[in-house]
Design a protein around this ligand. Structure first.
Ligand SMILES: [Zn+2]
Length: 73
């Protein structure tokens, strides 16, 4: 169970197959590194039906976020 997720965000997240979740976490764009990175120390919440992950870049520590569309999975 992911920490720091709202209850509805947990339901959304756990509905996504584990291999897809791994890919989503490792495929986040960092505007500081200017390339794809892995998001760490993330929180999750639902906004207008989409899941928003807010965390930090595993490479440089800058804030990064990822939106996963509500109808994607
Ligand atoms: Zn970075």
């Amino acid at each position: 169970m992911p920490a720091n997720f709202t209850p509805s965000a947990q339901v959304f997240w756990l509905n996504i197959p584990p291999d897809i979740r791994e890919r989503l976490l490792g495929n986040v764009y960092c505007t500081q590194c200017r390339k794809m990175t892995t998001i760490t120390d993330y929180t999750g919440r639902i906004e207008q039906g989409d899941l928003i992950l807010d965390g930090v870049c595993s490479r440089c520590g800058s804030a990064v976020s990822r939106l996963i569309e509500g109808d994607a999975y």
